[in-house]
Design a protein around this ligand. Structure first.
Ligand code: FAS
Ligand code: PHB
Length: 392
């Protein structure tokens, strides 16, 4: 057994936990990040691709945006397609803001690489983690590392442990308010070192459902297609997927689809989920631990960043000014932005996907909405201001 103490115990070294750890250490607040997986596993995850300014601003504030500024692709717009009709949403002209394409994988690597310089301790392979006395003023976290059980006493616990982590379970069930909506399809994704088919993202709906053409650089592409929940990776040899992507994008994209060997292929389910009890006693939830959005709106990672923006402000106020009010106000402030992002992601998912139970009428509604969007600056502005991220 070993015993340690810190001010803030952060569970999880995804974007939420890492951004929070850096922000607190930058203010001289002692914290330790506890991560179940190996560093190699964390740094190999392929997930989000589009960053809002809420995320890039935090990296800039931390002085960690040098590689991102050098390698990221700045996007002034993105495209919605219905069959062969391409509707460009000029986010820069409509909102004055842009988004950047910079993989979550790279963001995570930058944050981990910079941890030693910030003296931010990340304990990888912290197993059997448990939270204790979260509703007291002496909470703690226990975990096992290299066979040694450690009790980490702390003032506060930040549950940044994603959708499958233990933090939500530390909150008494009678206090929990949660909302779940699951979609009747998943996204099959492929990452390949081939040039993108278009200079901007294309979200396409069509008779065979949804497809997304994204990228990581001018030489690395990321594609997704909607697949039934019954599908497995084994059902999709690479050529079958490239055939499908060519059929979806060759008629509407600038460069056409280039095939190449997959660096990664995976199927992810889609759900909308909000766990409203984001604070209980000295435990605070941030990121996927508290909410999930379908990736259609490119909001997941960026919502984790806005949660951390609010939570770090509250914790800094607690230690700098003994201000408990900001901590008490965290949940309401975070939920206001979360629910608006949930709405946008849900509505864009409904517009751009083929639902198993939808009939000809619902399909015509989707086509009519995209036709209206193609002619309405007001609707394009509404889409654009949500896509670049509502103000924090
Ligand atoms: P994360 O899940 O990233 O991190 C949680 C961390 O906690 C993990 O490292 C985990 O290992 C750790 N942890 C869990 N249990 C633990 C325990 N018991 N002890 C210690 N550590 C523990 N978002 C987009 O915007 N666009 C996308 O295209 C997109 N694609 C996605 C694809 C997949 C397959 C998934 C799962 C998510 C995707 N997301 C996407 C959403 C994703 O990017 C999340 O929003 C983002 O990772 C949220 O970051 P965190 O809240 O830090 O959670
Ligand atoms: C990605 O590039 O992985 C990506 C981009 C935009 C999305 C979802 C995923 O909405």
């Amino acid at each position: 057994m070993s015993a340690r103490r810190t001010q803030v115990a952060i569970i999880g070294s995804g974007p939420a936990g890492l951004l929070l750890g850096h922000l607190l250490k930058a203010e001289g607040i002692d914290c330790i990040v506890l991560e179940r997986q190996t560093r190699e596993h964390v740094e190999s995850r392929i997930r989000a691709g589009v960053l809002e300014t809420v995320t890039t601003d935090l990296m800039h504030r931390l002085g960690l945006d040098e590689r991102m500024n050098r390698e990221a692709m700045v996007e002034d717009g993105f495209n919605l397609a219905d069959g062969d009709m391409l509707v460009r949403i000029d986010i820069k002209a409509l909102t004055g803001k842009t988004v950047v394409v910079y993989g979550q994988t790279e963001l995570t690597r930058d944050l981990i690489a910079a941890a030693p310089q910030r003296e931010l301790e990340i304990v990888f392979e912290a197993q059997d983690l448990a939270l204790h006395d979260v509703d007291s003023d002496q909470p703690s976290v226990t975990y096992t590392k290299d066979g040694v059980v450690t009790t980490l006493a702390c003032d506060l616990i930040a549950g940044c442990d994603g959708f499958h982590g233990p933090s939500r379970r530390a909150i008494p069930a009678h206090l929990v308010r949660e909302y779940m909506h699951e979609y009747p399809f998943g996204w099959l994704g492929i990452l390949a070192d081939v040039p993108p088919c278009h200079d901007e993202l294309i979200y396409a709906n069509g008779p065979r459902g949804f497809a997304l053409a994204s990228m990581r650089s001018t030489t690395r592409s990321r594609y997704y297609i909607q697949v039934p929940l019954t599908e497995r990776i084994e059902d999709w040899p690479e050529d079958r997927l490239w055939d499908e992507l060519e059929g979806r994008f060759n008629g509407i994209s600038q460069h056409g689809v280039t095939r190449g060997p997959a660096l990664e292929m995976s199927i992810a389910p889609l759900r909308s989920y909000v766990f409203e009890t984001m604070r209980h006693g000295r435990l605070f939830l941030a990121g996927d631990a508290a909410h999930i959005v379908p990736p259609t709106g490119a909001k997941g990672l960026n919502l984790a960043a806005s949660d951390v923006h609010y939570l770090s402000d509250a914790i800094i106020g607690f230690y700098r000014r003994q201000d408990e009010q900001a901590m008490l106000g965290y949940q309401a402030k975070a939920l206001s932005r979360i629910w608006k992002a949930e709405r946008f992601s849900w509505s864009l998912t409904k517009l751009m996907h083929s639902f198993p139970d939808q009939g000809p009428f619902e399909r015509r509604m989707q086509m009519a909405e995209l036709d209206y969007l193609s002619r309405s600056p007001a609707m394009q502005t509404a889409i654009a201001e949500n896509y670049v991220g509502l103000p924090v």
